[in-house]
Design a protein around this ligand. Structure first.
Ligand code: ATP
Length: 474
């Protein structure tokens, strides 16, 4: 798996998908820049999500809220008090671990070793733990008392479990006092909750309805790593769906199905690499939660969470802001604070999932090649226009075709090197179609289309390329 990740990271950099941030200064931990192809592809992902989650639903609208919000928002949401990761340090190696991850790994290890009784005991204590002190007990009283080293490589000499808040703070304005602290939002959802009435009124929405948003979120993650899987600055694609209390289970099921299908039908991700995970240990605001997980080279990990958030957030905002957050059903005159079903996906994680799902090595014409088998909708470059000759009529014809297609799609025009080399370059960035302009093109206005995955070719009339590409984008 390390080898696969190494190949992905190096291809991503070489071809301009993803660069380490501020690389000439040795970078910054867990920060990355999307290059020309990366930013194009990320935009495709966001557009596909936006279309699926807003335009295709009569009752879902989008917003774009500010990253910085009144700090009271984060008191109401519970993030100031409890958006913490429990951390524990190995005194000998000075390495820092997440206590919950340690415990989960140990439960798994106990099961593998056939110690089911102990595993169950640890699991029960862990599920009931809500504070750092509880986790301390789960770790010390049970794991350590059972005589198991907390980490195979570690000394077993640990600090207490401590809570680290994941929110970034900054100071707004000239005064450096506590009153001027603002946070970088750790999730986009709160921008939607606080705008509940603004959106409802201005767009005349009736429950059930949804509000969708794509935007940056920031988390001061202590344990980083795995390329763009866990970053401190990342992009979320979230939708909060407001429903009548009592109907959340039904809405939850519908969204669960729709979101899962999106990954295969809209993005072309291999169905076998997607998995469901049901949360047994729920966040303070949730009454039901599932993750959609993907088989990354380093393990099966979350790409999207689907959460039934109850009326927790709107209720909190009602209490903290003093503003009424109720919805009035105009037909029945019922008043209630709506329940929320949320779908929360990470754009960067999804990017990495698409990259690793698409990566392929095979042999074509006796030569090994690397290709990225993106769905045409996801691929950063939709088609490459390749004239056999650099100059003259052929080049002019190629330029005309490329310019025409550029009105609709991201196109590359390439005349450098042998045609075989140019195909390989396009394979490596995932371009689904190569259009070759040759002598015959000048004679009968046809050109060759080469398909990335099969390397097979067909001739079509130049006047039908637009149609051909449109059919390929479905
Ligand atoms: P994890 O358990 O991996 O930290 P989470 O359960 O805290 O994730 P949520 O709060 O549910 O994540 O956030 C929704 C989505 O946002 C996740 O499914 C993931 O795709 C994305 N996400 C969360 N944290 C990060 C991060 N540090 N870097 C990149 N994407 C992230």
């Amino acid at each position: 798996p390390e080898k696969v990740m190494h190949k992905l990271v190096s291809l991503a950099k070489r071809r301009g998908f993803i660069f380490p941030s501020s690389e000439i200064y040795e970078g910054l931990s867990s920060c990355f820049d999307y290059g020309p192809l990366g930013s194009e592809m990320k935009k495709n992902i966001k557009d596909l999500w936006w279309n699926a989650m807003t335009r295709r639903h009569q009752n879902i609208v989008g917003i774009d809220a500010s990253i910085m919000m009144n700090p009271r928002v984060w008191e109401a949401s519970g993030h100031v008090a409890s958006f913490n990761d429990p951390m524990i340090d190995d005194k000998a190696t000075k390495r820092r671990y997440r206590a919950d991850h340690l415990i989960e790994n140990h439960i798994e290890k106990l099961r593998r070793d056939g110690k089911d009784d102990t595993a169950l005991k640890v699991q029960t204590a862990y599920e009931q733990a809500s504070t750092a002190a509880d986790l301390n007990r789960a770790l010390y009283d049970i794991i350590i008392a059972e005589g198991i080293k907390a980490q195979d490589t570690g000394s077993g000499e640990w600090t207490e479990v401590r809570q680290f808040n994941l929110m970034f703070q900054c100071g707004m304005g000239a005064l450096a006092d506590k009153a001027s602290i603002v946070y970088l939002r750790p999730e986009t959802a709160q921008g939607i909750f606080v705008n509940f009435h603004n959106v409802r009124e201005s767009s005349r929405m009736k429950v059930p309805f949804g509000i969708a948003q794509i935007g940056k979120a920031f988390r001061n993650e202590i344990v980083k790593g795995n390329f763009i899987f866990r970053m401190v600055e990342f992009e979320q694609m979230e939708m909060q769906y407001f429903v009548k209390p009592g109907t959340q289970a039904e809405a939850f099921e519908a969204w669960r199905e729709e979101r899962f299908n999106w990954y295969t039908s809209a993005l072309g991700i291999n169905r076998d690499k997607l998995h469901w995970y049901k949360h047994d240990k729920l966040a303070h605001y949730a009454d039901l939660a599932y993750d959609i997980k993907f088989e990354f080279p380093f393990g099966i990990e979350e790409i999207e969470g689907i959460h039934s958030r109850t009326d927790f957030d709107l209720k909190q905002h009602q209490e903290y802001s003093g503003k009424n957050m109720e919805y009035i059903d105009q037909l029945t005159n019922e008043r209630y604070i709506p329940y929320v079903v949320e779908t929360s996906a990470g754009c960067d994680r999804l990017f990495l999932a698409l990259l690793s799902d698409a990566y392929s090595e095979d042999v074509v014409d006796g030569e090994p090649r690397i290709s990225l088998r993106f769905s045409p909708k996801v691929a950063p470059v939709k088609a490459a226009v390749l004239p056999l000759l650099k100059k003259g009529e052929m080049a002019e014809k190629a330029a005309r075709i490329a310019d025409d297609l550029r009105q609709l799609y991201m196109i590359q025009q390439d005349d450098a090197g042998s045609i075989g080399k140019r195909y390989r370059r396009q394979d490596e960035i995932g371009t689904p179609f190569c259009l070759t302009i040759d002598h015959e093109t000048l004679e009968n206005d046809t050109l060759t289309i080469r398909h990335r995955d099969t390397a097979s070719q067909e001739r079509i009339s130049a006047s039908s390329i637009r149609e051909f590409l449109a059919a390929g984008m479905v």
